[in-house]
Design a protein around this ligand. Structure first.
Ligand code: NAD
Length: 348
């Protein structure tokens, strides 16, 4: 049995990653499309065998309610549109898979959670790294204290961008710059691997005043997070440097270094550990999986088995709260404390 997905927004991610990933799915299939471009709708629908009467414009979005083939609405729109389309989608009686970042403010995240609860529909935020095998392996090793206790995390997610007119550079549409777009991976993946919630953050943000790309959103953001166990995570994200997407997790007797940690593919894991006087360095090889297919099938499984997904709206809200604290810290030039949250994390 396959769960039917309506894909909302036919931009880069939808066309280049999500729609092709259905080919690797076992429990999920695309059954409807929503786009503002009728030619694109027609072309993509014929490519993926989607019925013409399951193609909708944004004005027709609420009509998804009457399409029994659609169980999930997957929202792949600019960040500022996530809240509205999630709320209307839940009101149409559909489960929601929403792209990251969940929304542009914690108030929006809360409204999305409330709307899905009220409609008794599931809400999952699309944190694909939760389904990426190398990150999951590191998480398992860290949880087992394989090389002793974890002490320090160093994580970067950086890329360059060129088009100041793109929604990613307009604050009202993107919510912020590098932090909510790609820095979020350092934040969410660190929380995912450690299984702890930060209790304090210190942030620093900067934009070159002469670069039109960064008139509205930050070019670079770096921040530290302090965790209850004493672990410190040092994270940074940049919109104006060559791609760099790696982390190193340092423990008492070793480290894990994941290159391309947040990429769609190409992860490379190196570990080092002290074995008595000898230091052993190894490259770990794991069979890769399509992160989008695994993620969609997991959500379908949650619907079929009537279980709550791991990355619920609360997970997205927690990231949003931490990002708001990082921005506050950067603005005020001081550390910002976060409420202590003890979490029961049973996801495997
Ligand atoms: P994109 O610009 O390529 O696509 C956005 C789509 O939204 C386009 O089809 C555009 O026409 C449509 N749209 C509708 N109303 C719009 C408006 N008012 N302004 C601009 N566009 C409008 O963006 P994308 O890279 O596909 O990103 C879409 C979402 O997916 C974002 O939330 C982004 O953060 C997320 N994303 C996630 C990943 C991931 O790995 N999980 C990767 C890339 C993007």
């Amino acid at each position: 049995q396959r769960i039917g997905y309506a894909i909302v927004g036919l931009g880069h991610l939808a066309l280049e990653e999500v729609l092709p990933a259905f080919g690797a799915c076992k429990k999920s299939k695309p059954v409807a499309l929503v786009s503002g471009n009728p030619e694109k709708l027609q072309k993509v629908a014929s490519q993926y065998g989607i019925k013409p009467d399951s193609c909708y414009s944004y004005e027709q979005y609420d009509k998804l309610k009457d399409n029994p083939d659609v169980q999930v609405i997957y929202i792949i729109l600019p960040n500022s549109m996530h809240a509205e389309y999630t709320i209307r989608g839940a009101q149409a009686g559909k489960h929601i898979l929403c792209e990251k970042p969940m929304a542009n403010s914690s108030a929006e995240c809360q409204a999305m959670i409330d709307a899905c609860k009220k409609a008794n529909r599931k809400l999952m935020v699309a944190y694909r790294i939760h389904y990426e095998p190398y990150n999951r392996y590191v998480r398992e090793q860290i949880r087992k204290n394989e090389y002793g206790k974890t002490k320090f995390v160093d994580a970067y997610n950086c890329q360059s961008s060129a088009n100041p007119k793109h929604w990613r550079h307009i604050k009202a549409l993107a919510g912020g710059g590098a932090l909510p777009d790609i820095g979020l991976y350092c934040l969410n993946t660190t929380r995912f691997i450690l299984g702890e919630e930060p209790i304090e953050v210190m942030g620093y943000a900067y934009s070159d005043p002469n670069n039109p790309l960064f008139k509205e959103v930050e070019e670079v953001c770096s921040w530290q997070m302090k965790f209850p166990s004493g672990i410190i995570a040092n994270c940074a994200t940049h919109y104006n440097v060559h791609d760099s997407r790696q982390y190193r997790i340092m423990t008492e007797r070793g480290w894990y270094e994941l290159a391309n940690a947040y990429a769609y593919s190409g992860q490379k894991l190196t570990t080092s550990r002290a074995d008595g006087q000898i230091v052993r360095q190894e490259n770990v090889s794991i069979t890769p999986k399509n992160q989008f297919a695994t993620e969609m099938d997991y959500f379908s499984e949650c619907i079929l088995d009537e279980k709550a997904p791991y990355s619920t709206g609360e997970e997205g809200l927690q990231d949003q709260r931490i990002m708001e604290a990082i921005y506050q810290s950067a603005r005020e030039g001081r550390p910002v404390k976060l409420p202590r949250i003890d979490k029961q994390d049973t996801f495997r």
